[in-house]
Design a protein. Structure first.
Ligand code: GYE
Length: 311
């Protein structure tokens, strides 16, 4: 006998306009990620004519490959991937291609395959360069010539980790700064706190800058700095910078804890919807699309800027 799900299938089939999408999301590790998920879920709604299959891969690459294969089995119309790591993709992307399902990559890049139709995201190396250039200007202005840095990296092998590391290192090397250590905090607040606690034990009195590869790691690092009785921010002893520019980072700068945050825009939902709508009409899409970004520091009117922030 026909049941409700048969009826729903029949309704979908009758409505040939419903676009079925599978989205293999990285996880839920940060405020940035939450904003990214909300952006996709709000645009790819049933009201807008989409059927979204969303998988939170919990920062596990094996789960992410499995999710993509699941979407192939379900014969979705499009697959969106935010790749946890940048390599290991060619086989599964070949499977997508053979199944005739276009893949759109967002945010982090895939570096060992070009079997996707479009990528939209940030230039992570530029973000790292911008953080380095900011630190150069800031330390020059304060007359700090001895720059000793601890880096808390993002997830190892993520293009965001690779680009931010490379960009910052380029400026550090050009200025003769000392990078004492660089370890992963996996883009989480707990990870940032744990790495900072161990740094404080190992490098007590030897560092004056902490670079965290996302805001949430910085929140954890700042907690560890305070717990150890040390000070940070524009009036403290340790300079802390991070990436993303989520709302909580503005609050941290306003509180005087964080010095600066380098923007990374997570609102890719509407950008991907535009790509899909073009593809539906048989139009060409650009293969690579970068998003413009800024930075924010405590010299700015952060209360006012915060009111304008969407994530
Ligand atoms: O910086 C971090 C998130 O891939 C750019 O992933 C993204 C990064 C972002 O967990 O907060």
């Amino acid at each position: 006998a026909a049941d409700a799900s048969d009826a729903a299938d029949a309704a979908d089939a009758a409505d040939g306009d419903v676009i079925k999408i599978g989205f293999a999301q990285v996880g839920h590790e940060s405020d940035w990620r939450t904003a990214s998920t909300n952006s996709a879920q709000s645009i790819f709604s049933a009201e807008n004519g989409y059927d979204l299959q969303f998988v939170d891969c919990d920062q596990d690459s094996a789960v992410q490959l499995e999710a993509v294969r699941g979407f192939i089995e379900q014969d979705v119309d499009y697959i969106i991937i935010d790749p946890i790591v940048s390599t290991g993709w060619d086989t599964v992307l070949t499977e997508c291609e053979e199944a005739g399902i276009p893949v759109i990559v967002i945010d982090r890049t895939i570096d060992d395959s070009d079997k996707y139709i479009s990528w939209v995201g940030s230039n992570f190396k530029n973000e790292g360069l911008a953080a380095g250039e900011w630190l150069k200007a800031y330390t020059d202005a304060k007359g700090i010539s001895d720059v000793n840095v601890l880096v808390i990296e993002g997830t190892t092998g993520a293009s965001a980790q690779i680009g931010r590391t490379d960009g910052f290192k380029e400026i550090a090397d050009a200025n003769g700064w000392n990078i004492l250590d660089s370890q992963t905090g996996d883009f989480t607040q707990a990870g940032g706190q744990e790495v900072m606690e161990s740094y404080i034990k190992s490098y007590e009195g030897q560092f004056n800058v902490v670079v965290c590869q996302n805001d949430n790691e910085a929140f954890g690092a700042i907690d560890a700095i305070h717990a150890a009785g040390k000070t940070c921010g524009p009036d403290g002893d340790i300079i802390v910078v991070s990436f993303d520019s989520v709302k909580a980072a503005f609050e941290s700068m306003i509180a005087g804890d964080l010095n600066a945050t380098f923007e990374c825009n997570p609102l890719h939902g509407p950008r991907v919807a535009e790509i899909i709508q073009k593809l539906e009409k048989g139009e060409e899409v650009e293969k690579i699309q970068y998003v413009d970004e800024a930075y924010f520091d405590t010299s700015m009117d952060l209360e006012e800027i915060l009111k304008t922030r969407a994530y």
